[in-house]
Structures are given as structure tokens and as C-alpha cells.
Design a binder for this molecule. Structure first.
Ligand code: T3D
Length: 261
């Protein structure tokens, strides 16, 4: 039987999702897309945090180019349809997941693989990892939100240069530039990413969901509109059990026991 292209394990509130086509650097075929979408859907029902990583020496090399016939006598692939069917829903699913998604970039993240990492809420990368906007190398543009994430995270000049050149950006530089949260020693990545995911799984889940949503809304809101968003979310969270627990724990000088309610 073929190995599963996405592995899923739930423990202590953390859904651990691993892209698992290491022989192709975890590049995407339709089966892996569907498996990842199903894993994220499952996490949305049973987890309080997600940890996404890749098997083997790479994180993800984007689209599996073996699935793209470019023979002169064949019709060109309908890449727009592939984006509508697979990549766009995947990015939106990550962004809309009402819990933190931690991404542990264990090796190269290229093409849509880089964009998928950037769609996650906190990105840690191994020192040996790198981010490659591989698209222009094959005559395409950054997709899966690449043209949206890059300028917002690192500014137009750096975004443009990475997209145009397709040059490899080492993880350490990615962290220095603010493209990702942190670059860590290779052998420390699993433990550090796990600790962060566990911390989130034991935290105020509803607040995390609203933090995630607020920061996304801020990308397009005016200040006045964003102040209204903050008021509404604060009003809602002020009625939550976790808020009561957080304040009580502070007053009693003890650790809070958040339940996500
Ligand atoms: O088409 C649509 O639906 C539109 C959506 C597009 C989204 C996109 O992601 S477009 C961009 C697609 N990705 C790429 O262009 C990246 C292609 N890969 C590379 O440039 C390099 O592999 C890397 C720079 C990522 C890593 O280089 P390196 O030297 O560390 O590894 P390698 O030897 O190139 O790759 C290892 C194996 O993985 C190799 O197979 P082999 O020779 O050992 O049998 C290689 O062919 C395979 N591999 C790597 N990336 C892909 C891949 N196979 C298929 N598709 C890939 N994307």
C-alpha cells in the first residue's frame, strides 16, 4: 500500500501534521492536497493548535512538476484551475483555522511550499532550511499568497528581488528580515516547535483565534474600523470562561488553567 502523503497525530490538544512525500521534497500532487485539507479540517474539530512540518530533508517544494506535462504537442496545463481547486482553498483554510498554526520548516521551502509556510501563524525554521521563490525559474509568479505575504512581511524591495531572481534565502536571513519568527539549530527545531504548539494548545484558544483574525483584518482596515474590531472581539472575549480564569489566576498568583472556552 502507498505511504500516506500526509501524516496526522493528535496529542495534548496539538494536531501534528507532516507532509510526507520526502522523495519529491514533499511537493504537492492532488492526493497530498486532499490529504492536507482533510487533516486541517480534522484539526479544526479536535485540536487547539496545529504543528505543520515536512518529512525528510525538505519542507515542501511546491507543485509536483512531474504532474505538469509541457510536451509541445499537448495542451498546456490549466494552472488557474489548479490554483482555484487546490492552492487558494488551502491558504484560506490555514488563515481561517481558529487556532494558532505553527510551521516548523525543516528544510527547503520552495514555490508554493514557501507560501504555505508564510500562511502559517508562527514560522520556525532550521538553520539549514531556505526559502526559494522558485516560480520565476519556471516562468511563473509567486502564488498561494506569495505576492501578498512577501511585501507585507519584508517590504517591496526585498519581495521584488526574491520574486524576480528566485534566489535562495537562507533561514537565518529570513529571520533577520522578519519573514519568519525564528531560525534555530537543526537539532533544536522539533523540540522548539513542539513546545510552542503545546503552549498554544494549553492557552486561551478563543483569544488566539480572535488575535489571528484581528491581525488579518488590520491588513485592509482603517484605524477606526480596526478599533471597532478590537472592541467587538474584546466584548466577546470578556464573556469567556478563559478570561475569568486568566484574571482569577492573576489575582491568586497561580498559573491559569485555560480550557479554550
Ligand atoms: O502547477 C500548478 O498547479 C500551479 C501551482 C504552482 C505552485 C508552485 O509551487 S510552482 C513552483 C514549483 N516548484 C519548483 O519549481 C521547485 C522545484 N525544485 C527545485 O527547484 C529544487 O528541487 C529545490 C531548489 C527545491 C531543492 O533543490 P535540491 O538540489 O536540494 O534537491 P533536488 O535534487 O532538486 O530534489 C530532490 C528530488 O526531489 C529530485 O528527485 P530525484 O532526482 O532525486 O528523483 C527532484 O526532482 C525532486 N523534486 C524537487 N522539487 C520537485 C521535485 N519533483 C517534482 N516537483 C518538484 N517541485
Amino acid at each position: 500500500m502507498a505511504e500516506e502523503s500526509v501524516l496526522y497525530a493528535l496529542a495534548d490538544g496539538v494536531a501534528r501534521i507532516m507532509l510526507n512525500r520526502p522523495e519529491r521534497l514533499n511537493s504537492f500532487n492532488p492526493g497530498m492536497h486532499l490529504a492536507l485539507r482533510a487533516a486541517l479540517e480534522r484539526a479544526s474539530r479536535e485540536a487547539r493548535a496545529v504543528l505543520l512540518t515536512g518529512a525528510g530533508r525538505g519542507f515542501c517544494a511546491g507543485q509536483d512538476l512531474n504532474d505538469r506535462s509541457v510536451a509541445a504537442d499537448e495542451a498546456p496545463p490549466d494552472i488557474g484551475a489548479s490554483i482555484d481547486l487546490y492552492y487558494k482553498p488551502l491558504i484560506l483554510q490555514i488563515k481561517r483555522l481558529p487556532m494558532p498554526v505553527v510551521c516548523a520548516v525543516n528544510g527547503v521551502a520552495a514555490g508554493a511550499g514557501a507560501s504555505i509556510a508564510l500562511a502559517c501563524d508562527m514560522v520556525l525554521a532550521a538553520k539549514s532550511a531556505a526559502f526559494i521563490q522558485a516560480f520565476s525559474r519556471i516562468g511563473l509568479i509567486p502564488d498561494s499568497g506569495g505576492t501578498w505575504f512577501l511585501p507585507r512581511l519584508i517590504g517591496d524591495a526585498r519581495a521584488m528581488a526574491l520574486a524576480l531572481t528566485g534566489d535562495k534565502l537562507p533561514a537565518e536571513t529570513a529571520a533577520e528580515w522578519g519573514l519568519i519568527w525564528k531560525c534555530v539549530a537543526d537539532d533544536e527545531l522539533p523540540a522548539q516547535a513542539e513546545a510552542l504548539a503545546r503552549q498554544f494548545a494549553a492557552g486561551p484558544t478563543r483569544a488566539y483565534a480572535r488575535i489571528k483574525e484581528s491581525i488579518q483584518l488590520a491588513a485592509t482596515n482603517t484605524l477606526a474600523a480596526q478599533l471597532d474590531v478590537e472592541r467587538d472581539f474584546m466584548a466577546e472575549l470578556g464573556r469567556s470562561k478563559d478570561y475569568r480564569e486568566g484574571v482569577a489566576a492573576f489575582m491568586e498568583k497561580r498559573a491559569a488553567n485555560f480550557t479554550g472556552e
